[in-house]
Design a protein around this ligand. Structure first.
Ligand code: GRF
Length: 212
């Protein structure tokens, strides 16, 4: 059975969707451990409730980003994961971290990449009057939110939408597509090669699969 390590910083609703999918067989794997850069992250409670080891590391205990990531890598590697999953992990990764987990590091970003890398994506979609928004699962490279997209899910934006409403709509889609993509990876259908995402030995187009 393939092993996942999940990194979080907050609520962990995506983590929960992954734990649930492992429990009911939609992901043919298990979460070996969860790490957070915030000791108060509710996702740590979710992990422990599921019987999964959960640890927090505080940036203030380390002199710099490289030292923090070195320790994190050491702790992650003790669980020998096949895949490292970023699920709301709100901390910039060092190049050494990205290189170490190259081709086995996934992230979910709440926008239709390449639109809106970085923070406050929902607010930007609303402010720009977009009529559609969404979320992207992608492999992680050194470019922030810039690695090859595997799968996107789109949601409509309505004229009277609030940031909360659109966030909830996007997250509902995230909880469906992230477990799906993770299962593609653990079943050996999904890989990153030559800087591209491949599904069933076919290179995916730049914006991955469109999933409406
Ligand atoms: C998600 O919307 C994800 O796209 C973004 O951070 C949010 C995390 O939410 N990277 P949660 O902690 O999984 O509830």
């Amino acid at each position: 059975m393939k092993k996942l390590v999940v990194l979080i910083s907050g609520n962990g609703s995506n983590l929960q969707s992954i734990l649930d999918a492992c429990a009911d067989g939609r992901i043919n794997g298990s979460v070996a451990a969860v790490f957070s850069n915030k000791a108060t992250a509710f996702g740590l409670t979710r992990a422990r409730a599921a019987g999964v080891p959960a640890h927090a590391l505080a940036a203030s205990d380390f002199p710099d980003r490289d030292a923090f990531d070195r320790q994190l890598m050491q702790e992650i590697d003790a669980f020998a994961p096949d895949l490292v999953v970023l699920a709301g992990y709100m901390r910039i990764l060092s190049s050494a971290f990205v290189a170490h987990y190259q081709d086995r590091l996934l992230n979910i970003h709440p926008s239709l990449l390449p639109k809106y890398p970085g923070l406050h994506t929902h607010r930007q979609a609303l402010a720009n009057g977009d009529d559609e928004h969404g979320t992207s699962v992608h492999f992680v490279t050194d470019e922030l939110d810039g690695g090859p997209v595997v799968l996107q899910a789109k949601v409509p934006v309505f004229a009277d939408d609030s940031e909360e409403a659109i966030t909830a709509r996007v997250q509902h889609q995230e909880h469906a597509i992230y477990p799906l993509v993770i299962n593609w990876f653990v079943e050996g259908r999904l890989a990153m090669r030559e800087g591209k995402a491949w599904l069933d030995n076919q290179p995916l187009p730049p914006q991955g699969y469109a999933h409406d």
